[in-house]
Design a protein around this ligand. Sequence first.
Ligand code: ADP
Ligand code: ADP
Length: 239
Amino acid sequence: EPLKAETRKFNFYYGDNHALKNVDLPVAERMVTALIGPSGCGKSTLLRSFNRMHDLYPGNRYEGEIRLYPDDVNLVSPAVDPIEIRMRISMVFQKPNPFPKTIFENVAYGLMVRGEKRRSVLEEKVEEALRGAALWEEVKDRLDDLAFNLSGGQQQRLCIARALAADPEIILFDEPTSALDPIATASIEELIAEIKEKVTILIVTHNMQQAARISDYTAFMYLGELVEFGRTDELFVRP
Ligand code: ADP
Ligand code: ADP
């Protein structure tokens, strides 16, 4: 498959803490790439580098490159505006984090920030994103309810709908199911399999079985290095 992105000799420092060391990670387009490895090995740091979340903290430093294709920009170049990147690369966190707003407003937020005011367009896009996140049927009659009234699994699907509404090229998932029960976890895994038809996915998980179930490629990290990379069906014997 063509590459959607790749890191090249990528290093990351939290001050003196050299958290990522010469990482070369290919990210295949419209595939799921899983990052796995023990706690503290750098998975989250690597994921957050893709949308420049670290920029907010002084003392953090990048070395090397993260190329995004097809335009071939270096995501960590100081010349590249992180706001632009975040319009192309969305993130879904471990704990569902809806805004203290209605279900509708949560999904429409990104569009409204970009200046979309037409109610009919917002309604159409919100429905499309909620359908994409397999949540529409459950919430279509309560779009003006506060998002906090949803269950944990529904809130996570809402966060995925919010990410989808921005029409991103990549979605970054940071342990998206570790705060969820097994049924909600299964529904998120199913959703990821559907979303990858359209969007490239990079997912951090500490759960090897989950990586084996949902990913096309797996990267094993250890002490800040990428120590093994390959097709998931060649690295794991599937159950
Ligand atoms: P998790 O494993 O759930 O990501 P952590 O305990 O690793 O939780 O990190 C919690 C928060 O503390 C994160 O925001 C992380 O960036 C920050 N953090 C982790 N390690 C350090 C450290 N050595 N110094 C400062 N902040 C850290
Ligand atoms: P993982 O996601 O694999 O658990 P992390 O990327 O959170 O690992 O952490 C990688 C390394 O960076 C660890 O040594 C951790 O303590 C350190 N670290 C994480 N966040 C921070 C932070 N905000 N400040 C300083 N060190 C951090």
